[in-house]
Ligand binder design. Structure first.
Ligand SMILES: Nc1ncnc2c1ncn2[C@@H]1O[C@H](COP(=O)(O)OP(=O)(O)OP(=O)(O)O)[C@@H](O)[C@H]1O
Ligand SMILES: [Mg+2]
Length: 449
């Protein structure tokens, strides 16, 4: 638990600040004078010192200097704006100023930042349901443990199938909101026309078909966490509204002017490069900065040392338990697990294990589909598309997607795995291409039985 020391000779201010800090997961020490503060500093050096520098019995700057030397972050609260004091304070390592009367939002963001970097976090981090021991994934566990207990907005970034959804769930479990609702929403899977009412709810009669009042995801997640997956797929005008909720914690249902308050922690995710999404005009820059207070990158599976073997063992153990079997992998499979580069990441690996399990003749599982295992190494000739250097990224992406779909004979699930995106993401792209007039190969007829 991070520790805060408050130095102020005003009882009411100390009480108020203590309460806010305790709510944010801090233990709190209070001092009404310089001597008391100096004594407390030596007893327990805090992660954060909030100090008024004009207090009874001496100069608050002395406390700032000592705290700074002990490695505490120091924030000065002041009702005066004296340039001399400010300069001297900065010289002593004061990091920030809070003018009185104190803006609670600013205080909260300072507390959140400190809590997210405090050293109280367990060295092994927090892994939730995630499996893996590689250096990259352990760093993820540590980040989750750091940021989980705060109210900070988190932006999960990583290729499709790297476990962003599991990480979001772990952040919720590591937070004080763990016993409150956790709602996961895939922005790429909701029709843009319905998204506003899905997120913020609607009043009865607000549009055709709205025959009763509906609570949106923000209301459903009140007190808990809302996971906004594929946030770059959200229409730009809704991104403005989302930004407003994140800043004010207020929103209005569709068809109503009544302001609703909400206490929701947002975790967002994207499998695109968010900065590129900003440049492409898919993600508003102001929203990106608001969401990415704490960016957390999930490494691709190919960069996770021997994790593919650990994950495969876990997936197989789950299947064995479910079906009461005792199947094992052949040594050949173990080797392939490490040499394949897993463009579809953990999702692809999970599917691979499932296929191997289903196709096994006896209790030893062999590599299920050899051809799939070669993907990511050398493409067969004829499996290539030509992309001239002056092609836009959007055009290149479309060519690749349509060519892959064709190669998979229109089977979208297979094409999505090859492309390393979720079927929903692929489906959304195809809908957009069809709307723009491109010919999209339809799904093949289901086989008659
Ligand atoms: N570290 C992990 N341990 C165990 N299972 C995992 C791990 N990472 C991912 N998975 C599993 O792999 C599958 C894909 O993970 P997830 O849905 O979280 O990926 P994602 O990054 O959200 O992908 P997308 O961008 O396509 O939505 C899920 O079945 C998930 O349970
Ligand atoms: Mg996901």
């Amino acid at each position: 638990m991070p520790h805060l020391l408050i130095l102020d000779d005003d009882d009411l201010i100390r009480d108020t600040l203590s309460e806010v800090a305790r709510d944010s997961g801090f233990s709190v020490g209070e001092a009404a004078s310089v001597s008391e503060a100096l004594e407390q500093l030596t007893l327990r050096p805090p992660q954060l010192l909030l100090a008024d520098i004009r207090v009874k019995g001496g100069d608050g700057l002395e406390v700032c200097r000592n705290a700074s030397a002990l490695g505490s972050e120091v924030v000065v609260m002041t009702g005066y704006s004296s340039v001399d004091y400010a300069v001297e304070a900065m010289r002593l390592g004061v990091r920030d100023f809070l003018r009185k009367p104190i803006c609670m939002d600013r205080l909260q963001s300072i507390l959140d930042r400190i809590a997210s970097t405090a050293e109280h976090i367990p060295a092994e981090g927090f892994r939730g349901r995630m499996v893996g021991e590689s250096a990259g994934i352990q760093e993820v566990y540590r980040s989750i443990a750091r940021v989980g207990p705060t109210n900070t907005t988190v932006m999960l970034i990583g290729e499709s199938g790297t476990g962003k959804e599991l990480a979001a769930e772990a952040i919720h479990k590591a937070s004080k909101r763990a016993d409150k609702p956790y709602i996961a929403v895939n922005c790429g899977a909701i029709s843009p026309n319905l998204m506003e009412s899905e997120l913020f709810g609607h009043e009865r009669g607000s549009f055709t078909g709205a025959d009763r009042q509906h609570k949106g995801y923000f209301e459903q997640a009140d007190g808990g966490t809302l996971f906004l997956d594929e946030v770059t797929e959200m229409p730009l005008e809704l991104q403005v509204k989302l930004l407003r909720v994140l800043e004010s914690h207020e929103f209005m249902r569709v068809g109503s002017h009544k302001i609703q308050k909400c206490d929701v922690r947002v975790v967002a995710a994207t499998n695109r490069n968010p900065e590129q999404a900003v440049r492409d005009g898919r993600l508003r820059e102001d929203l990106y900065y608001r969401l990415a207070v704490f960016p957390l990158e999930l490494p691709p599976l190919r960069a996770r040392e021997s994790d593919p073997q650990l994950l495969a063992d876990r997936f197989l153990a789950d299947l064995n338990e479910m079906h009461g079997t005792q199947r094992v992998f052949s040594p050949e499979v173990y080797e392939q697990l490490l040499t394949h580069n897993w463009p579809g990441n953990v999702r692809e690996l999970r599917n691979y294990v499932q296929r191997a399990y289903v196709m096994a003749d006896g209790d030893t599982l062999n590599a299920p589909v050899k051809r799939r295992m070669q993907i990511g190494k050398k493409p067969a000739s004829g499996d290539c598309i030509d992309v001239p250097v002056d092609t836009t990224l959007a055009d290149a992406e479309r060519k690749l997607i349509l060519a892959t779909l064709e190669r998979c004979a229109g089977v979208k699930k297979q094409a999505a795995t090859l492309l390393g995106v979720s079927p929903k993401t692929l489906y959304n792209r195809l809908m957009a291409y069809a709307a723009e007039g491109y010919v999209v190969m339809p799904d093949p007829e289901p086989e008659k039985v």
